[in-house]
Design a protein around this ligand. Structure first.
Ligand code: XMP
Length: 323
């Protein structure tokens, strides 16, 4: 029978045997999945694991600081932070096709890991042969991973991997759903703020800008997203909704009026959903006063945004993310 204790025991034993006296690195995305995967592998092989957090410049406000502080405090794990914003923005220049974005981001992720690996190896310790990933069962299914299912999206950590990958993968959560991953994380002693975090996609805000990704657009979306999150938290809705992507329709403009003048700005989409496992989802019926507050604040405080709309589509037919 399935218990979190069993899963942990089984994985810890298997990982120990697999890794032996070699070393592993693990990419942290700031999300629950990679945090739990890292904590699980850390339990198995201790400081043979080094975590690498790639700041790709596609994170939300305050997210990098959160990983640096909360996660390290909770696990004591070795963490290297790589500032790769410029590299990602350069790679994403001119890219507006969703699949191409995902593949570009996935590829750059791995390249940065390989660099980090080279740097870690330079310390003359044992070889770094393994890459830990927080891939979940739904990621595998939706990327068509050996199931014969049609490919829906290339999750950056499954379909987006380059073919000449230098690492052997360790994916201890590959058979689990999100709620099970949370239970495992709890059992491993991770704090609530990490275990109960709403999901956030590895490609970050890059797949929440419909259109080309630029620094300016990212900053704009970061501001809008921070406002939405702040108000949802203030309204006590964090546990009720599964997640609420905030999307910038960067290639769309509409006419508005603000103060005494015409505006021609971008719409921001709020995509609050409720779900059990992200395989299906329903749009969340958020209280009107919360929506009103978010809308007023975003249009007042974020330059170049003159309209806020709510996505009322279930999954299916919509996916949770817009790209
Ligand atoms: P979709 O958009 O496919 O999203 O309905 C389902 C869930 O997965 C998250 N998501 C991702 N997570 N890498 C991730 O780690 C990805 O490439 C990715 N794409 C989507 C999404 O936020 C939702 O929770």
């Amino acid at each position: 029978t399935w218990t979190t204790g069993n899963v942990i025991e089984e994985q810890v034993a298997a990982i120990r045997e697999l890794v032996g006296d070699k070393r592993a690195i693990c990419g942290l995305s700031g999300g629950v999945d990679s945090a739990v995967a890292a904590a699980l592998v850390a339990r198995a092989i201790g400081d043979q694991l080094t975590c690498v957090y790639v700041d790709h410049g596609l994170m939300r406000k305050g997210e990098t600081e959160q990983v640096e502080k909360d996660f390290v405090a909770a696990t004591g794990v070795k963490l290297v932070v790589v500032d790769a914003e410029e590299r990602f923005l350069t790679a994403l220049k001119g890219v507006s096709d969703p699949e191409q974005k995902r593949k570009t981001i996935g590829r750059e992720f791995i390249r940065v890991f390989e660099q980090a690996q080279a740097e870690i190896i330079a310390d003359e310790g044992p070889a770094v042969e393994f890459l830990v990933q927080g891939t979940l069962y739904p990621d595998v299914v939706e990327s068509g991973g050996g199931t014969g299912t049609a490919n829906i999206k290339s999750h950056h950590n499954v379909g987006g991997l380059p073919e000449d990958l230098e690492f052997q993968l360790i994916e201890p959560l590959r058979k689990l759903f999100k709620d099970e991953v949370r239970m495992v994380g709890q059992e491993l002693g991770l704090p609530e703020e990490i275990v109960q975090r709403q999901p956030f996609p590895g490609p970050g805000l890059g797949i929440r800008i419909v259109g080309e990704v630029t620094k300016e657009r990212l900053d704009l979306l970061r501001d809008a997203d921070a406002i939405a999150r702040e108000e949802l938290t203030a309204a006590g809705l964090d546990r009720e909704i599964w997640q609420c992507p905030v999307v910038l329709l960067a290639d769309v403009r509409s006419v508005g009026v603000q103060g005494d003048g015409r505006t021609y700005g971008h719409p921001i989409v709020l995509r609050p959903v409720s779900s059990e496992d992200a395989m299906t989802a329903d749009w969340s019926r958020l209280p009107y006063d919360v929506l009103a507050k978010i809308s007023t604040r975003i249009t007042n405080e974020v330059r170049d945004v003159n309209r806020v709309v709510v996505d009322v589509t279930s999954k299916p037919p919509g996916t949770i993310e817009w790209e």
